[in-house]
Design a protein. Structure first.
Length: 164
């Protein structure tokens, strides 16, 4: 699922009361999640409200598109290079670094899917089951490699867009 993060960069030399004013102002904005100075929202109106607040208090900030992974997602060894787990336990991938895909074997060569996944395993960041298929996350620069592996094992590969 698609989420929007706004990472605050707090100005140096401000009194502690300054930050508490920002926290108080944030109370009126529907946050989906939070991790340290990163505020995570689900929609454009909430994003706009936070950006307006950052501009009002003269905070530098950065907007980051995220993919919220389902609770049951399996994380692979490279996950921390491409995402993070928030204090509340939600796990996110940075959308600009990753691509999601699903893969299926051809009807006449069902064993090829296992071999293709074995070849891809070292490049996987996360995987999870949806009601329809299994989705896998990889580094976006590995897209041609993953397509080549799927083709070599006669599997059909579909790139998946995160749900809005």
């Amino acid at each position: 699922m698609y989420k929007i993060a706004i990472e605050m960069h707090m100005p140096e030399g401000k009194r502690p009361g300054y930050y508490s004013q920002v926290v108080k102002a944030l109370a009126g904005i529907p946050l989906f999640d939070r991790d340290k100075e990163t505020l995570i929202v689900s929609d454009e109106p909430a994003r706009e409200a936070i950006v307006e607040l950052m501009q009002h208090y003269k905070f530098d900030y950065e907007e980051i598109d995220l993919i919220l992974l389902p609770e049951q997602a399996t994380l692979h060894s490279t996950f921390e290079d491409y995402g993070f787990e928030s204090r509340s336990g939600h796990r996110y991938l940075y959308q600009h670094l990753t691509n999601l895909f699903s893969i299926e074997s051809s009807a006449d060569q069902p064993g090829d899917l296992a071999q293709a996944l074995l070849q891809m395993e070292e490049h996987l960041i996360a995987s999870y089951q949806t009601p329809i298929t299994v989705c896998y996350a990889v580094d976006q620069t590995f897209k041609p490699l993953i397509q080549g592996i799927a083709q070599a094992y006669r599997c059909s590969l579909s790139w998946v867009e995160p749900l809005v």
